[in-house]
Design a protein around this ligand. Structure first.
Ligand SMILES: [Ca+2]
Ligand SMILES: [Ca+2]
Ligand SMILES: [Ca+2]
Ligand SMILES: [Ca+2]
Length: 375
């Protein structure tokens, strides 16, 4: 019976189809349309999945890899400036801060790119460690909250982000200022006692400064292709001057913050390295170079205009000139100093009497970050 029924059914369908040939053709078209609709739906679904999937992967890939949680909100208000201080910079490093009662010296410190750990040694022989940043970041030594203590900070070249831990209260914030390829040149350009986020763009030789005093951005084209930005206060007004080192003519070019006039000074020879500091302690940065072949530091004192040559270190050393202090050296002058990566030893030439202080701190692969950490 069942077989017969199916046969009948088949027959019936065929008969029905024969009777309604035109309608069957229309139905087939309708079914085809539906199949197309289903396919369209499936394709749309796949597209949606792909979009969300890619978005998830993209956002996962763009997550920062610092060891702390993502920051939220806008940077908090900065504390008021402490007046009456004078700041001297070497590159982005604050090398001297004059205060009414105490002048903070530079502490020995290194940053370890592999782990992102900062190791800061203070003058009492105590040390602190802090994990901040990863291997592709650049360590920055600057005082953004103006408490005369250096803040833990990294600049992320891939995104132009500054990740800053304020020494005043331990909180952190990020600022996006700059882009891939820019050179960070943090310093106090407006002279309010707080470092400003700043970068120099090699493609257009332009300085971009996010002024801490006003929150506005200053731009200034200064320099040319191949130059190296090294901001420092050459005219001694407490404001960093746009400064570049031109190795092709072994010359410094400075745009003075006092009158925006440019001045230049040639010292050394091709291949020399700029080692700006305030070696005579008069509050003005001095032109200085270091040569790898003879390890001679050539320093022009701003106070008397003379050039003083001092041999110090070996060519594989890293220059870490700064104002270090110990029992035998407590003046305001920058000390000639090198850090030896192979041994982790700092060789500091005391500005007071030219004697040597040797201190072990750091290991091969570290980046020296001496600054007034005061921890
Ligand atoms: Ca600070
Ligand atoms: Ca400032
Ligand atoms: Ca200046
Ligand atoms: Ca000087």
């Amino acid at each position: 019976m069942a077989k017969k029924s199916r046969q009948i059914g088949k027959y019936s369908k065929q008969a029905k189809g024969a009777r309604r040939g035109k309608k069957a053709s229309a139905e087939a078209k309708e079914k085809q349309k539906m199949r197309h609709s289903y396919r369209a739906l499936i394709v749309l679904g796949l597209l949606v999945l792909a979009t969300f999937g890619f978005g998830a992967v993209a956002s996962w890939r763009s997550l920062p890899t610092t060891t702390t949680a993502l920051p939220t909100g806008t940077p908090p208000a900065m504390p008021a400036n402490a007046p009456g201080k004078e700041y001297v910079y070497s590159g982005s490093a604050l090398i001297s801060t004059a205060e009414p009662f105490r002048e903070p010296p530079d502490d020995l410190a290194v940053w370890r790119p592999g782990t992102g750990v900062w190791y800061v040694l203070n003058s009492s022989g105590q040390y602190v460690t802090y994990t901040w940043g990863n291997s592709s970041d650049l360590p920055i030594t600057a005082d953004f909250d103006g408490d005369a203590k250096t803040d833990f900070c990294i600049f992320r070249p891939s995104t132009g982000e500054w990740w800053i831990v304020k020494s005043s209260d331990g909180t952190y914030y990020t600022v996006t200022f700059g882009a891939s390829g820019d050179v960070p040149v943090a310093a106090d350009y407006d002279g309010d006692g707080r470092s400003d986020q700043a970068y120099w763009r090699p493609s257009n030789y332009t300085w971009y400064v996010y002024k801490s005093s006003s929150g506005s951005t200053a731009t200034q084209q200064y320099g040319t292709s191949g130059d190296v930005p090294k901001p420092a206060d050459f005219d001694g007004d407490g404001k960093a001057d746009y400064t570049i080192w031109r190795s092709s003519s072994y010359s410094f070019w400075v745009m003075k913050s006092t009158d925006n006039q440019s001045m230049t000074y040639s010292i050394g020879a091709s291949g020399d390295e700029p080692v700006i500091g305030d070696y005579d302690g008069d509050g003005k940065a001095d032109y200085a170079t270091r040569r790898g072949s003879d390890n001679i530091w050539r320093i022009r004192y701003s106070s008397d205009g003379n050039i003083y040559n001092t041999q110090w270190g070996i060519s594989s050393d890293i220059a870490v000139q700064g104002r270090y202090t110990d029992s035998g050296d407590g003046d305001a002058k920058t000390d000639i100093a090198v850090w030896r990566p192979s041994t982790g030893v700092w060789y500091i030439r005391r500005s007071t009497d030219g004697s040597m202080r040797a201190s072990y701190w750091g290991t091969q692969g570290d980046i020296p970050v001496p600054a007034p950490w005061r921890r």
